[in-house]
Design a binder for this molecule. Structure first.
Ligand SMILES: [Mn+2]
Length: 455
């Protein structure tokens, strides 16, 4: 009877926050999972995509993968993998690093194959281990939903021809609708998996970084290490299937300790008090934490001063020093003193919406405008817009100063501050780019109308 460990989304090679320590953490996590696998006497490891964080890995990342996979091979553990969105081949004419590892006999990469006479086009590739047959479909992005039917019929065709195995396993890399509690494009509703449910006993999923299962046959272990702060405090780990029993094991705490600190700064009246409040709260939360923890400090409530007037970078460095942290980040999360604009607003709202909010709160602060607030807000907006249409000589010296200031603010970019959100953006962009590249490779030109929201 087949036994296995099912993991996903190792993201080897990710240098989170630009830290070499985090780069090593992901490999350390993989190594510990390998040790667990060997210690538990398991002979099969399923990896449902994103072993690597990028399609092009550096020599150190390759070395990390090599040493852990060699350890598994020496212990007689077979590793079956598929490509996730992060580690597919750059194009259908090029190789992925996973295919290199397969050439070296370190993994068994389940690939999409050409029609092999069994009417199997999409997947054709499978491996029989004990009483199980393992299929795999690499990340196919927005096509997933419409391919469900044909994947199912191809599995049925193989099983009909070769005899139905006791257990049919399918490795795939996509998210089930609703699993992350927010809408994400490209995910598949559970209800759309009906045809697969008929032929698959265990759908070994990867892609979303938190653990979830559905309906007794869909299992997603999550990324064993934290890839984004969005995953903080959520379950993640590995599945172990043995003697017909499935067990989810939460990944140990401690490969890297993360601390999320929320500091309500409303009671601080000036910079000195603000700093003292942050120092006290961070010290309290970090007390007893392991050396080298990472602290994410979210400031909530009303700020006594504008964020731009503070040097939060320096404060972060000082907090790291004082609390033995590997990294400290301070982020302003809610209600600034002026305009009520939060970091989230700044990301999600268009510029004119942000301006509207700011003007609105400014005007609302003066009771004299209460009866004609909206008119006043519109007047301020019009004034601003008109000002920007004037030429520099029409503005006068004070006007020019304001004009330059305005564009200086617009041009100012602080990517570090938006780090988490940018990671998400990049991933989605990467996915779309990859899918378009693939279609172009296949001789299909992306339809311009649909660019950016494929299928
Ligand atoms: Mn992933």
């Amino acid at each position: 009877m087949v036994s296995f460990i099912h993991i996903s989304d190792l993201h080897l090679g990710y240098k989170q926050y630009g830290l070499q320590e985090r780069f090593r953490d992901y490999a350390q996590t993989f190594s510990r999972i390998a040790d667990t696998t060997i210690r538990e006497g398991l002979k099969l490891m399923l990896v449902s995509g994103d072993l690597f964080h990028t399609k092009s890995i550096n020599p150190d990342t390759y070395h990390q993968a090599l040493s852990v996979l060699q350890k598994l091979k020496d212990a007689g553990v077979q590793v079956v993998v598929i490509e996730g969105n992060h580690d597919t081949a750059p194009s259908s004419r090029e190789s992925s690093w996973l295919s290199i590892l397969e050439t070296q006999g370190l993994v068994r990469l389940l690939k999409l194959k050409a029609d092999d006479g069994m009417g199997v086009k999409l997947m054709g590739d499978y491996v029989d281990i004990d009483d199980a047959r393992i299929f795999g479909v690499r990340y196919i992005g927005y096509s997933t939903k419409k391919e469900v039917e044909s994947i199912a019929s191809e599995i049925r065709a193989v099983n009909d021809k070769l005899g139905k195995p006791k257990t049919t396993i399918l490795l795939m890399h996509f998210g089930i609708e609703g699993a992350l509690g927010r809408e994400i494009s490209g995910e598949v509703p559970l209800g759309a998996l009906g045809p697969l449910k008929d032929v698959v006993d265990y759908l070994a999923l990867g892609h979303y970084h938190v653990q979830y299962d559905r309906d007794g046959w869909v299992f997603n272990p999550g990324s064993p290490d934290l890839v984004s702060m969005d995953e903080y405090g959520k379950p993640k780990g590995m599945y172990i299937y043995r003697d017909g029993n499935l067990e989810f094991k939460q990944t140990w705490k401690g490969i890297r300790n993360f601390i999320r600190v929320r500091v309500d700064v409303s009671s601080a009246v000036d910079v000195t008090q603000l700093r003292a409040t942050i120092d006290t709260e961070v010290a309290k939360e970090c007390k007893g934490a392991p050396e080298g923890s990472i602290a994410m400090v979210d400031l909530i409530g009303k700020m006594p001063v504008e964020r731009v007037s503070l040097n939060l970078e320096d404060w972060s460095r000082e907090l790291e020093e004082a609390n033995g942290l590997l990294l400290c980040r301070i982020r302003v999360r809610v209600a600034q003193s002026e305009g009520g604009i939060t970091d989230r607003d700044a990301l999600s709202l268009a510029r004119h919406e942000v301006e509207h909010k700011v003007f609105n709160s400014q005007v609302a602060a003066h009771p004299v405008y209460s009866k004609q607030k909206d008119t006043m807000v519109n007047l301020v907006k019009e004034t601003k817009d008109n000002l920007l249409t004037l030429s520099r000589d029409q503005l006068g010296p004070e006007g020019v100063k304001l004009y330059d200031k305005y564009y200086e603010i617009l041009a100012k970019d602080d990517p570090e501050l938006w780090n988490e959100e940018l990671e998400v953006e990049e991933t989605i962009e990467d996915q779309k780019k990859a899918e378009e590249d693939e279609l172009t490779e296949a001789g299909i030109e992306p339809n311009d109308d649909k660019k950016g929201r494929w299928f």
